[in-house]
Design a protein around this ligand. Structure first.
Ligand SMILES: [Zn+2]
Length: 439
C-alpha cells in the first residue's frame, strides 16, 4: 500500500499502521459484534478429526489417502453451504470464492491445509482452514459484502513439501510430479485421486499480482508463545534451510594396537566439530538454529578406529547472510579440528536448500494492530517450520498469524491448541481480512 492511498482512506478510520496513531477500538464500525463463533470452530475441528482416524483415535489424513479424500469432501460441502462455489484446481487445491462489491479488485486470499503427517494432530493446517471458513460464515451472517473478492484456498498435500502451493506458483516440475508421496502413490497419481489434473498442472498457476494478499492462521508448532505467555505471534518470515554433507576422513586402523597419539580418528574429529557447531550457534546472537541430525561412522566396529564419518549439518534462519556467516565460522573451526586430529574434513552443500520467505511488513503491522485492538498480546517471531505461505510469497504479499501450541508439540497426535487461542487467532484473521479490504 502506498502512503498516499492510506492517507486517503484514513477518513474511513481503518485498522491501519500503528505509526498513524493508536486506535483502541475498530474504526471500521464492526466492533465487538464481529466475532467468530467459538462453538462452531470447536465442533468442526472435532468433526474433521474423525476422517481417517484409526481405532486408537489417531489421525491419518495423509494427502491422497481415503481419510484425506473424505475430509476434503466434507470441507467442500461446508464451502457450498457457505455459498462459496468451490472448485478444485489442477493441483488438487480447494478454492472457494466470494464476490466483492468491486470485481475489478484483486481477491484477498486466506486459508491453509487439511492434510496431515502420519499420526498427526488435529490443529496443524486445520485451524487455519476452518478459521478461514469461519470468516466467511460471519460475513454471511452479518450480511457484509467486502470491496474485494475473497478466496479461501485449502492447499493440497502441504505435508508432502507444500506441493499444492508450489504448483500454484509454477514450482512443481515434471520430476516433482513423479516423486512418491508419503502414502505411496506418485504426486501425479495422488493429485488425480483428489480431483486434480496433473497432465495440465500449469492450469493452476497464479501469476504475480493475481491476488491482493494471502493470510494464513496457523498453530505455532513450537513452544515460544506458550513459554512467554503471548497470545498472538506475528510471523516475520519462514526460515531458509541449508543442508551440508560433511565428510571426515581419517585412517581405519586396529583399535588395540594403535597408540592414542598416532591415531587419525574421524569420529573424534566429528565429535569435536559437533560440539563446536553448538557453541558457535549459541554464541552468535539471533534466532537461527544449527543441527547435526544424522551421522554414520565407518567401518563401524568395536575394534576399529573410525576411518570415515559422514554427517548431516542443517542451518536455518530468516537471513541468507546469517546462514552464510554461521557456516563460514563452522568451516573455519573445522580446519583447525582437521589439523589437530590429522584428518581431512570436506563439505558438500546439498541442492535441496530453501530460501527464506519474508512476510509483508504492512500486513504484519495490520495483524499486530488487529490483535492489539482485541486486547491480545503479540510478539514478532519467525517460523522455523515450512508453510504454504512461503510458496505464495513468490506471487503476492503474505502474512501469518501464530497461536500457541501447548507444550510446543506438533506433528504428533498429542498436538493441542486451547479453544481460547483458536478463537483469538480466528478473530485476528477476521479483523485483518476486514482491515486489508478497507485499503
Ligand atoms: Zn501446517
Amino acid at each position: 500500500m502506498k502512503r498516499r492511498t492510506f492517507l486517503k482512506n484514513t477518513s474511513l478510520a481503518t485498522v491501519g499502521l500503528s505509526a498513524f496513531g493508536v486506535m483502541n477500538t475498530f474504526g471500521n464500525g464492526f466492533g465487538d459484534t464481529y466475532k467468530v463463533n467459538e462453538q462452531r470452530i470447536v465442533s468442526r475441528i472435532a468433526e474433521l478429526a474423525k476422517f481417517g482416524q484409526d481405532a486408537k483415535g489417531h489421525g491419518y489424513r495423509v494427502a491422497y489417502t481415503p481419510g484425506d479424500i473424505d475430509g476434503r469432501a466434507w470441507f467442500i460441502n461446508l464451502m457450498k453451504n457457505a455459498g462459496l462455489e468451490p472448485t478444485i484446481d489442477a493441483a488438487g487445491n480447494l478454492i472457494g470464492k466470494r464476490k466483492g462489491k468491486n470485481p475489478l479488485l484483486k481477491p484477498i486470499a486466506f486459508g491453509s491445509h487439511i492434510d496431515m503427517v502420519p499420526d498427526g494432530g488435529n490443529y496443524d493446517g486445520t485451524l487455519g482452514s476452518l478459521a478461514a471458513l469461519e470468516v466467511i460464515e460471519i460475513l454471511n451472517e452479518k450480511k457484509i459484502t467486502t470491496e474485494h473478492p475473497l478466496e479461501i484456498i485449502i492447499f493440497a498435500n502441504e505435508e508432502g513439501g507444500t506441493i499444492g502451493s508450489m504448483a500454484m506458483v509454477g514450482g512443481l516440475t515434471k520430476e516433482g510430479l513423479q516423486q512418491k508421496s508419503q502414502m505411496g502413490l506418485t504426486m501425479a497419481e495422488g493429485i488425480k485421486a483428489i480431483g486434480g489434473n496433473p497432465a495440465n498442472i500449469q492450469a493452476c498457476i497464479r501469476k504475480k499480482g493475481d491476488l491482493k494478499a494471502w493470510l494464513e492462521l496457523h498453530i505455532e508448532q513450537g513452544g515460544i508463545l506458550e513459554q512467554e505467555n503471548i497470545e498472538i505471534g506475528v510471523v516475520e518470515g519462514i526460515v531458509g534451510i541449508v543442508h551440508w554433507e560433511v565428510t571426515f576422513e581419517g585412517f581405519a586402523n586396529h583399535a588395540g594396537t594403535t597408540p592414542m597419539k598416532l591415531r587419525k580418528d574421524a569420529l573424534l574429529a566429528a565429535s569435536k566439530f559437533i560440539t563446536e557447531i553448538n557453541e558457535i550457534a549459541l554464541k552468535i546472537e539471533g534466532h537461527h538454529v544449527a543441527t547435526v541430525g544424522k551421522i554414520v561412522a565407518l567401518p563401524g566396529a568395536y575394534n576399529v578406529i573410525p576411518g570415515k564419518v559422514v554427517l548431516g549439518l542443517e542451518i536455518r534462519d530468516l537471513s541468507v547472510e546469517k546462514i552464510e556467516l554461521l557456516f563460514t565460522q563452522m568451516e573455519q573451526r573445522a580446519k583447525a579440528i582437521a589439523a589437530d586430529t590429522k584428518t581431512n574434513i570436506s563439505f558438500e552443500r546439498q541442492a535441496n536448500e530453501s530460501k527464506p520467505a519474508l512476510t509483508d511488513k504492512v500486513l504484519q503491522q495490520t495483524i499486530e494492530k488487529s490483535a492489539k485492538a482485541l486486547g491480545l498480546t503479540t510478539k514478532y517471531m519467525q517460523s522455523g517450520a515450512g508453510h504454504d505461505s512461503q510458496e505464495i510469497a513468490l506471487i503476492t504479499p503474505v502474512a501469518m498469524i501464530f497461536v500457541p501450541s501447548v507444550g510446543g508439540i506438533s506433528h504428533s497426535f498429542q498436538e493441542f491448541t486451547k479453544t481460547v487461542d483458536m478463537v483469538n487467532g480466528a478473530n485476528v484473521l477476521l479483523q485483518t481480512v476486514l482491515a486489508v479490504d478497507k485499503r
